[in-house]
Design a protein around this ligand. Structure first.
Ligand code: HEC
Length: 207
């Protein structure tokens, strides 16, 4: 569910962004006539796109995407860019239009940084000899916020780990590389031994 939302959100954002890049290029190259024509023919699609991306974005927040500082800055960028874009293109003001499109780019960049930040810093488990204990420590710090205390997702939309059909190797790849809303955990955050440990702990969540 969450993943489907994220996909449609990304699609809406990409199309919306491309649409505005086209408009910006026409404006910057003084193609006033084409711009007027393009804006007129894309009026309804533009409405659908903006509605779609605001709706899917809002829905994701509602569904439990964490309200971090970055997300807040991102929202400010998005909501500043909208009036700037409307005024900028209406008044054919190149600077305003440019800033509006730049803000959309910035909020996209922030979304990527936000994804990266979700994995956080490395946890030292070297003094723990029992892999299940080490795995639990990692799980609580790195996985629980999305997958919930008992692995069932706790309503955040992440997959239920107690029901996973993936093999251990597939799970390792998933943790290392991530997929959609699941962030990839790189070597500097989780070593191979850490991933083995956390997946051993995850296996205990299966009833
Ligand atoms: C930011 C939220 C988030 C965090 C943090 C997170 N996950 Fe996930 N995880 C997801 C989402 C969302 C999916 C579903 C991805 C998809 O298939 O689109 C997922 C999928 C998985 C899957 C695959 C399940 C299946 O059956 O397909 C495994 C295994 C997994 N996560 C393990 C972990 C482990 C272990 C950690 C901690 C090291 C972790 N996750 C941290 C969100 C998260």
């Amino acid at each position: 569910m969450y993943t489907g939302l994220l996909h449609s959100h990304n699609l809406f954002v990409t199309l919306f962004f491309l649409h505005y890049v086209i408009k910006l290029v026409l404006l910057l190259t003084n193609k006033q006539e084409q711009l007027a024509k393009y804006s007129k023919t894309t009026k309804v699609p533009e409405m659908i796109l903006s509605f779609g991306f605001l709706l899917t974005g809002g829905w994701m927040l509602f569904k439990g995407a964490a309200f971090t500082t970055l997300i807040t800055i991102k929202l400010v960028c998005v909501f500043t860019s909208i009036p700037l874009a409307i005024i900028g293109f209406k008044k054919r003001n190149k600077v305003l239009a440019f800033i509006a499109v730049a803000l959309i780019v910035a909020s996209y960049g922030l979304a990527e940084v936000n994804k990266k930040e979700k994995t956080g810093a490395k946890i030292d488990t070297t003094t723990i000899t029992d892999p299940i204990v080490a795995g639990k420590l990692i799980y609580v710090n790195k996985c629980q916020q999305c997958h919930g205390e008992i692995g069932n997702g706790g309503g955040s939309g992440a997959k239920d780990l107690s029901l996973t059909q993936l093999t251990l190797d597939e799970q390792k790849v998933m943790v290392r590389n991530g997929k959609n809303a699941m962030p990839g955990f790189k070597e500097d955050v989780l070593s191979d031994a850490d991933i083995d440990a956390v997946l051993q702990y995850v296996a205990t969540l299966k009833q």
